[in-house]
Design a protein around this ligand. Structure first.
Ligand code: NAD
Ligand code: TDX
Length: 337
């Protein structure tokens, strides 16, 4: 198998490539990534010398660059590349439309042109919108995205559906809940709070902190994507989740408890605009049809994540000393210096 992975230098993509190197060592991986602020080749350090791994820097929204990157031997595509941070999409949606919407269509066109065997589109539970206190997202829950990010992901899901229906492309869509684990960019809730707590900075919780997310260990999501690639049925959607629903405040308290830091570090800040109240996933279809299941629960995953961020301070400190500082100062009104 020669597999093209888009966005492989990001959080989930790099964990996916590392998983494949361990579990499908004979596969040849082509990682195509534009290396935006969120793409970091350090996440794949050590793979440069692997003869079954190639990296090409290209933008998925640029057909010519992508055509040049995609060699004749590629059999399938797993598409992770995206702008992925909700707060940034609220500030400016343009990059989200370009990468998530146009970029997905460019890839779909190329997959069709080359007659590729399989296209896995990695999407999110956020396309379903927000739940009240009860209920779960199922694959047939109507799409009702609330942020520019989730609207762009829902648009890309519909383009994938259209490519299946119109052109018979062999594509599947996966929709997963909130991931956490090694190599997550420290703008997302869990790594941001760990890094701030380690530096005794304030932990900015949006609004009441009672919004609920379902948390999944990143490698469990990656295993789900691999199952979808190998066992998924053309045109189907598969939900993945971690069966770990938590309020944000409970997540932050758990981080502080594991680090032995005081709750007084928590500060409630202005709520996110259009902040979705609750995400929760029914992943029964993936369990039954693909054999999907989580391997660890939240407490153990959080302990592993905290250990990783403690052991890799140089990784996140380098990020926080670069261009990300400007975003932090703009968004939270505070300098990371
Ligand atoms: P990330 O922001 O960490 O990584 C995104 C990667 O895509 C980066 O390496 C970046 O350089 C690359 N990229 C961005 N624009 C590109 C472009 N135009 N061309 C080529 N590469 C480009 O994101 P992530 O958290 O790893 O998410 C990966 C995918 O999984 C996304 O599609 C996201 O919507 C989806 N997802 C994420 C989560 C989560 O909790 N993080 C949950 C469900 C689904
Ligand atoms: O500083 C913060 N304070 C805070 O209270 C940040 C960054 C977040 N939050 C809250 C907002 C959310 O309720 O924490 C929750 C999680 O926030 P994010 O880490 O930004 O994730 P979320 O918005 O839920 O989206 C994530 O999961 C689905 C990923 O970023 C998406 O890419 C994925 O599709």
């Amino acid at each position: 198998m020669r597999l093209m992975v888009t966005g492989g230098a990001g959080f989930i993509g790099s964990n996916f490539i590392r998983l494949l190197r361990r579990e499908r060592p004979d596969w040849r991986i082509l990682n195509v990534d534009a290396l935006t602020y969120a793409g970091n080749l350090e996440n794949l350090a050590g793979l440069e010398r692997d003869p079954n791994y190639d990296f090409v820097r290209a933008d998925v929204a640029d057909p010519a660059g992508l055509r040049a990157a995609l060699d004749d031997e590629v059999d399938a595509i797993v598409h992770f590349a995206a702008e992925s941070h909700v707060d940034r999409s609220i500030e400016d949606a343009s990059a989200f439309l370009r990468t998530n919407v146009i970029g997905t269509q460019v890839l779909l066109d190329l997959a069709r042109e080359r007659g590729l065997g399989r296209f896995v589109h990695v999407s999110t539970d956020e396309v379903y919108g927000s739940l009240g206190a009860e209920g779960l997202f199922r694959e047939d829950t109507p799409l009702a995205p609330n942020s520019p990010y989730s609207a762009s992901k829902a648009s890309s899901d519909l383009l994938v559906r259209a490519a299946v229906e119109t052109h018979g492309l062999d594509a599947v869509i996966t929709r997963c809940s909130n991931n956490y684990g090694p190599y997550q960019f420290p703008e997302k809730l869990i790594p941001l709070m760990i890094a701030n707590a380690l530096e005794d900075r304030k932990l900015p919780v949006y609004g009441s902190g009672l919004n609920v997310r379902d948390w999944i260990w990143v490698e469990d999501h990656c295993r789900g994507v691999l199952l979808a690639l190998e066992k998924g049925k053309k045109g189907e959607v598969y939900n993945f989740g971690g069966r770990s629903e938590m309020t944000n405040i409970a997540v932050v308290e758990a981080i502080l408890a594991q680090l032995g830091k005081p709750s007084s570090l928590i500060t409630h800040v202005e709520d996110r605009k259009g902040h979705d109240l609750r995400y929760a996933i029914d992943c029964g279809k993936a369990e039954r049809e693909l054999g999907f299941g989580r391997s660890i629960g939240f407490e153990e995953g959080l302990a592993r994540t905290i250990a990783w961020y403690r052991d890799h301070e140089d990784w996140w400190r380098r990020i926080r000393s670069g261009a990300y500082r400007d975003y932090y100062a703009r968004h939270y009104g505070e300098d990371l210096a």
